[in-house]
Design a protein around this ligand. Structure first.
Ligand code: VAH
Length: 315
């Protein structure tokens, strides 16, 4: 059967790359990019696009009825930092957007649904190192609270209605193609742009703030690998712990200096994102994803840094 795939939130950091990857696999006309904002040139000119607000259930119903999707990827969300500036919108978009999609997936018998969670589901009392799949989870950002609640809803819809919904707790995602959108980990993207443009970067997180990160190439490959895995290999129906690499701003700066020797890193203290970062783990245990369906990251710090700088120079 031909796959017909909806990607909601297609203009975002993940969406722009996921749409391209899915179109390469399933054919451009079979992957419908959907977003509330006009798409960028590449997305618009490589396949179908629909203006969709995931909070408008009537519009969503029209789109589901038009395309009868076999897979739906819901990426639309407000991230951690932006979410704290607009808590009620963050909760509404992240929670009701998900519930709208889960309900319509049942009605239209969508075969598979993908919804990203985040390591933001962990909080100040979660273990900080090699954090397990199951542990104390007391997120204190609206983003983290909405992702934890969303995980519970995904598992509920799987258990009660048999919906094949799958999810990954992404670490901070690093990419060069699309601009980052309001995350706490986005310093690890801006630093590359400023290193090339100005030779220096002023970081809003402190030098010793270690966070779990993942290069976008690994995130996209891992997401599609999860969605392609046989259902009987999926033991986690809330959201899989996922890890790539963990580093501090200082460690990242040292790696950048191997390419730009004079690069200077400074710090601005008292940024509200520091509190968010301090509530998250330093590293994640993703053994279950590795054992269930063979997940394995390919980008370490040196390979990621070289790839980021090369591609940003050529962009
Ligand atoms: C954020 N990039 O910073 C996202 C991510 C783990 C962090 O979820 O909000």
């Amino acid at each position: 059967m031909t796959e017909k795939i909806l990607v909601l939130g297609s203009n975002g950091q993940i969406g722009t790359e996921l749409v391209t990857a899915l179109r390469n696999t399933y054919g451009e006309s079979n992957v419908v990019a959907c977003d509330i904002r006009r798409p960028d040139y590449d997305i618009k000119n490589s396949g179908p696009f629909e203006f969709v607000n995931v909070l408008e259930k009537d519009t969503l119903n029209t789109i589901f009825n038009k395309y009868k999707p076999t897979q739906v990827y819901l990426l639309a969300a407000l991230l951690s930092a932006t979410g704290e500036q607009n808590p009620k919108l963050a909760w509404d978009l992240n929670m009701n957007g998900l519930l709208n999609i889960l309900d319509l997936a049942i009605v239209y018998k969508t075969a598979k649904v993908y919804w990203p969670s985040s390591i933001a589901v962990f909080g100040p009392n979660s273990p900080k190192d090699n954090t397990d799949q199951f542990c104390v989870m007391d997120p204190n950002t609206v983003y983290g609270i909405s992702k934890l609640a969303g995980e519970r809803w995904c598992e509920y819809y799987h258990q009660k209605f048999g919906l094949d919904v799958r999810s990954i707790r992404y670490p901070g995602l690093i990419s060069w193609k699309a601009a980052p959108g309001g995350g706490t980990t986005d310093y690890a993207i801006h630093i590359f742009h400023d290193a090339l443009k100005k030779g220096n970067y002023d970081c809003f997180l402190s030098a010793e703030t270690e966070l779990p990160m993942l290069y976008m190439d690994d995130a996209i490959r891992g997401t599609i690998q999860l969605m392609d895995a046989p259902a009987d290999q999926i033991s986690i129906r809330s959201s899989y712990n996922f890890a790539g690499l963990s580093f501090t701003p200082e460690v990242l700066a040292s790696e950048i200096r191997k390419h730009i020797p004079d690069f200077k890193l400074s710090y601005t203290a008292n940024d509200p994102r520091q509190q968010i970062a301090d509530s998250w783990p330093r590293s994640i245990n993703d053994e279950i994803a590795k054992n269930d369906w063979g997940w394995k990251p390919e980008f370490n710090l040196s390979k990621m840094t070289a790839d980021m700088l090369t591609n940003l120079k050529n962009k």
